[in-house]
Ligand binder design. Structure first.
Ligand code: SAH
Length: 378
């Protein structure tokens, strides 16, 4: 795996099934070495701005799903978002991650306006969007407005498993098409999945890993599934921290140049989960920048950490945590090593970073219309 960045599907499944404390320790050490060779000990910091918890979707696992009537919904205005970025910039953040539910209130033009204002105000900073599935034209508009990166976890690559976690009408192939479209537009793209969702098996996780290999993303976000009390999955057991760390290490060995966050969900299930994430190969940490007045309302799962803290406290806390395990916090933009902070190149496909081009890019990645299905959909 270290040589080729991949294994056959049954090899991955076996690796996952065969996890022991010893094999995990070995992988963590190997993964940390691989990360250090590319990035050193600096962990990139991103400010996460959860600007709306309205959502048109009804994902069975998610606390802000449309059907959850107990959520107190909020939206931040453009100026409020700018203000939060400004505070974040003062704290040293050079990437702003704008995340929300799928909230149609923020039409393509409004999002583009917010992105270009952030980029005009903070030209030294990157903007990452995490707004779910949208038409390719919207992604293209936002890219032209200056958005640098897009996070869209694929959640699970298996169509039946995906269908079991999402309402009728949502379909993993649509998500995969979005990911290829984003990549074709020159975004630094992040996919990812939850670990421990109901029905997940080592075989399905192997499929997720192979999809990562196939897509060749710049970022991969994984975190344990954590039930939320007001969802249909309220009584499902949470994902396993050790298994999540193990998968994180595998991802690092597959892609030494990948940007991999130690997620808030990891820190929620384990008091030092984010530190453990870094020790297993992560190199990104995303403290919350959401204003105090609303940060307790963006609850995708129960017991989320940091909901009562000020952004400055989160920033300081994260730095302390990273230093406690021998790492530092980088104040740079933290781009993928193969991509500089250059101007957007709309339409220009980005290279498949950190992965050997074992097969040609699918049509969608070469800028074909978004209705061309990704290879596995055919
Ligand atoms: N609306 C955006 C952002 C979703 S929230 C989108 O569709 O991409 C970001 C991620 O949080 C999701 O992709 C999912 O992987 C994760 N998430 C949602 N509910 C969760 C839960 N109950 N436990 C753990 N992670 C969860």
């Amino acid at each position: 795996m270290e040589r080729d960045g991949t294994l056959p599907a049954d090899g991955f499944a076996e690796l996952i099934r065969g996890r022991t404390p010893e094999s995990a320790g070995y992988l963590f050490a190997k993964a940390s070495e691989a990360r250090d060779r590319v990035f050193g000990k600096a962990v990139f910091m991103r400010g996460l701005l959860e600007f709306s918890n309205h959502c048109a979707n009804d994902c069975l696992y998610c606390g802000i799903r449309r059907s959850n009537r107990s959520v107190e919904r909020y939206r931040l205005s453009g100026p409020e978002i700018l203000e939060a970025c400004s505070a974040g910039h003062g704290l040293g953040f050079r990437t702003f991650v704008l995340q929300s539910g799928e909230d149609r209130f923020y039409g393509p033009g409004l999002v583009a306006g917010i992105v270009s204002e952030i980029k005009a105000s903070f030209p030294d900073s990157a903007v990452t969007l995490s707004l779910g599935e949208h038409p390719t034209e919207s992604y293209a508009l936002w890219r032209r407005a200056g958005a640098d990166r897009y996070l869209l976890r694929h959640e699970t690559r298996d169509p039946a498993h995906y269908a079991s976690l999402h309402p009728r009408g949502m379909d993993v192939e649509a998500r995969v098409r979005c990911l290829y479209a984003l990549k074709g537009l020159g975004y630094q793209v992040g996919c990812g999945f939850m670990v421990g969702t109901p029905g997940q098996t080592p075989e399905l996780l192997a499929r997720d890993l192979l999809f990562v290999k196939e897509l060749g993303p710049h970022m991969v976000g994984i975190g344990p599934f954590i039930p939320h009390r007001d969802t249909p999955l309220a009584s499902a057991p949470p994902g396993d921290v050790d298994e999540t760390l193990y998968l994180l290490a595998i991802l690092r060995l597959m892609g030494p140049k990948l940007l991999i966050p130690a997620t808030t969900a990891l820190g929620t299930l384990d008091g030092t989960g984010r530190e453990k994430g870094v020790m297993a190969g992560a190199n990104v940490i995303m403290p919350i920048l959401t204003p105090a007045a609303v940060r307790g309302k963006y609850l995708l799962y129960d017991n989320k950490i940091c909901t009562g803290d000020a952004s400055s406290a989160c920033r300081a806390c994260v730095q302390r945590r990273m230093e406690s395990v021998g790492h530092s916090v980088s104040l740079g933009r933290g781009d993928h090593p193969d991509l500089g902070a250059g101007p957007p190149a709309p339409g220009g496909p980005s290279p498949a970073p950190g992965f050997s081009a074992s097969r040609p890019l699918p049509p969608a990645a070469r800028g074909a219309p978004p209705d061309v299905p990704a290879p596995e959909a055919r």
